[in-house]
Design a protein around this ligand. Structure first.
Ligand SMILES: Cc1ncc(COP(=O)(O)O)c(C=O)c1O
Length: 364
């Protein structure tokens, strides 16, 4: 197959076309150095410039103040599930977790291995089809952790939870980072695996308050301390240099498109195409509560599992891939991250209409 198709995968996911094209060029020879970007030493001038530029663009894009470090780490978001409590949950402390899906549950599991956890809210009673905004905080949590977008269930916090004064808010933003403006000052830490909205798998963006890093546990193996990575910014050991390069290109692409506010507008429009159609259809139905719907992952069902299997198979034939829902929800999931072009969503909605028309009789 020589043509590209529409990739609705939940992650690794679609990348901006212009970024892939720059990467193709720079894999061969980056910055006229005669060496490809993957072949440069992480201690050399060329990579140093790539890293510094990525950090500077990240700061500018999201208005990240000097109070916070910007780090590119490894180990996926899952490693952050463990590093957060290792660094910030003292032995006699309690961490509050807002449980809005499987990824929050995994974060809880890691924290429980290290200290005390209070589940301050949960949407488990209805298989996480809504955002659990009804929060009851513990008396003095060491931090409050939440997942801003729940990739599997297609739910997203519209407004961030507000922990009691002085309690650092920590956010797993893996599946909606930089999809909308963000006020970094409100957070103790934000982290995100790159492979959905930022670039390829392999890098994790960590934005963390400097004073928290200074006060974090120091009786940990070196590599698991944030201070290690802050001291030698992102190059304590060999970093995922190619992934960081691509993330840097994605930052430039977002900037060129008008920044986070413009990105939010485009994401709202794309998601509205799908949700407006779902709302008037009596064939397909969205699975997330209307007030909790994600702009990034749109989950929906057809009237039967047979029809769902037929829908996914036919969509694949028409150049739309990655639409199978996660097994814990079933049905379909369209991941429409920043880099999904509007044309992809339009093609999907057009196909849904056609499929509904053709199969309404089967369903009736
Ligand atoms: C919200 C969220 N958090 C964490 C993860 C885990 O990320 P990783 O595979 O990078 O550890 C995912 C992966 O899909 C996710 O969607």
């Amino acid at each position: 197959m020589s043509e590209r198709i529409f990739n609705f995968s939940a992650g690794p996911a679609v990348l901006p076309e212009s970024v892939i094209k720059s990467a193709q060029r720079d894999i061969w020879n980056v910055a006229d150095s005669g060496i490809g970007v993957m072949e440069h030493s992480h201690r050399g001038k060329v990579f140093d410039r790539i890293l510094k530029e990525a950090e500077a663009n990240c700061r500018e894009l999201a208005g990240i103040p000097d109070t916070h470090h910007v780090l590119f780490l490894q180990g996926g978001a899952s490693q952050q599930f463990a590093m957060v409590p290792m660094n910030f949950l003292p032995k006699d402390g309690t961490a509050d977790y807002l449980v809005s899906g499987v990824w929050s549950e995994k974060a809880v599991k890691e924290a429980k291995a290290l200290g005390k956890v209070h589940e301050a809210s949960s949407s488990k009673d209805r298989n996480h089809c809504y955002i659990p905004t009804n929060v009851s905080w513990s008396s003095s949590p060491s931090y409050a952790h939440f997942t801003s977008n729940n990739t599997i269930y297609g739910t997203q916090w519209r407004q961030d939870p507000t922990p009691p004064a002085g309690v650092p808010l920590i956010c797993d933003a893996s599946s909606d980072i930089f999809s909308r403006p963000i006020d970094v000052r409100k957070y103790g830490m934000i982290y995100a695996g790159a492979q959905k909205n930022l670039g390829p798998a392999g890098a994790v963006l960590v934005i963390v308050r400097k004073d928290m890093v200074d006060a974090a546990a120091s009786d940990l193996p070196t590599i698991f301390q944030y201070r290690t990575h802050a001291k030698e910014p992102s190059v304590f050991n060999t970093p995922p240099s190619f992934a960081i390069y691509v993330v840097g290109e994605v930052f430039k692409w977002i900037q060129a498109g008008g920044g986070l506010k413009a990105m939010e507008g485009k994401n709202q429009e794309k998601a509205a195409l799908l949700y407006d159609y779902l709302d008037q259809s009596d064939f397909f139905r969205g699975t997330a509560d209307a007030d909790s719907r994600s702009l990034m992952n749109v989950c929906f069902r057809a009237p039967s599992e047979e029809l769902e299997a037929a829908f996914i198979a036919e969509a694949t034939k028409r150049g739309m891939s990655g639409l199978k829902g996660h097994r814990s929800v079933g049905g379909m999931r369209a991941s429409i991250y920043n880099a999904m072009p509007r044309a992809g969503v339009e093609a999907l909605v057009a196909f849904m209409k056609e499929f509904e028309r053709a199969n309404r009789a089967v369903h009736a």
